[in-house]
Design a protein around this ligand. Structure first.
Ligand SMILES: Cc1cc2nc3c(=O)[nH]c(=O)nc-3n(C[C@H](O)[C@H](O)[C@H](O)COP(=O)(O)OP(=O)(O)OC[C@H]3O[C@@H](n4cnc5c(N)ncnc54)[C@H](O)[C@@H]3O)c2cc1C
Length: 247
């Protein structure tokens, strides 16, 4: 079973977001980067599948050398080898094209991504990647089991879950449920030491990004909370009408 796990390097969820160069760039100074949390669910499931079915887990990241600490963490969690496609990821189609160009002749049985990156939140790479490779995709995928050349998955629909089956290869976009939080793999000392010598291939990027942007803005700060006494419905209605303007 050859599994490819797409790993995006994203700012830690507690990061205080600021911009640099006249609000034209995300300010990375002092920011801690981590494996995109949805990718961690996918990587942990990939490790479980490898342990039961055998095979190999490769990770792929589109990014510059500054993503390598995150890639090494994925290797410390248990991936066998990693590929970094050396390019500035500027939009979803570029990222999907880079990964498809790499994966198309490698014979992966299963490609796992996260359901979305938690920085730019496009949620677009998995579907684009599958389309470029001419294979099926399921997003979000909250459960996946493999039997021979068939995957049985659960995805979320309004009010419930749907069970879908697909022949391999396919792209599965992970979120919580593919494994539970308690099953997330954490690098141990042995894994961290082993990760230092695991293969990390760097290949040149070949696709151009098309995104054009002018400036970034932070959302308006939240207004202070106004407390209204529970027995003062008249005041509540008045405020909802005149200040919040929702009724
Ligand atoms: C205007 C703009 C400027 C940007 N500038 C930068 C920049 O300077 N530096 C930078 O690093 N990013 C930058 N990005 C982010 C970059 O474009 C994203 O990595 C890319 O758009 C994919 O993000 P997404 O939100 O569409 O991914 P989604 O579709 O939400 O991601 C789903 C899954 O796809 C996979 N995936 C996503 N991105 C990658 C990746 N890079 N490598 C491997 N797998 C991946 C992961 O498994 C992820 O969970 C920029 C984005 C925009 C819009």
């Amino acid at each position: 079973m050859k599994i490819l796990v797409c790993i995006s390097s994203v700012p830690d969820t507690t990061t205080k977001i600021t911009f640099a160069d006249g609000n034209t760039k995300f300010n990375t100074a002092g920011v801690q980067f981590v494996i995109n949390p949805y990718d961690e669910f996918g990587l942990s499931r990939a490790m479980q599948l490898k342990e039961t079915l055998g095979g190999n887990v490769t990770t792929v990241t589109v990014g510059r050398a500054d993503t390598e600490p995150v890639i090494r963490k994925a290797l410390a969690i248990g991936a066998d080898d990693a590929v970094r496609i050396d390019a500035d990821p500027m939009d979803s189609l570029q990222v999907a094209t880079e990964i498809a160009n790499y994966a198309k002749d490698k014979g992966f049985d299963l490609i796992i991504t996260g359901r979305e990156s938690i920085d730019y939140n496009g949620g677009a790479v998995p579907g684009m990647l599958a389309e470029l490779l001419g294979i099926n995709s399921v997003s979000p995928c909250v459960k996946i089991d493999i039997d021979g050349t068939t995957a049985t998955m659960q995805t979320l629909i309004d009010g419930g879950k749907e069970v879908v089956k697909s022949a391999l290869p396919l792209v599965a976009a992970a979120q919580k449920g593919m494994v539970e939080e308690s099953e997330l793999r954490i690098p141990n000392m042995r894994g961290i030491m082993a990760a230092r010598t695991k293969p990390l291939a760097v290949i040149p990027g070949s696709a151009a990004g098309n995104a054009k942007f002018k400036t970034f803005d932070l959302p308006a700060p939240k207004a202070a909370c106004k407390m209204v006494s529970a027995d003062n419905v008249e005041e509540l209605v008045h405020l909802l009408h005149t200040e919040a303007k929702v009724i």
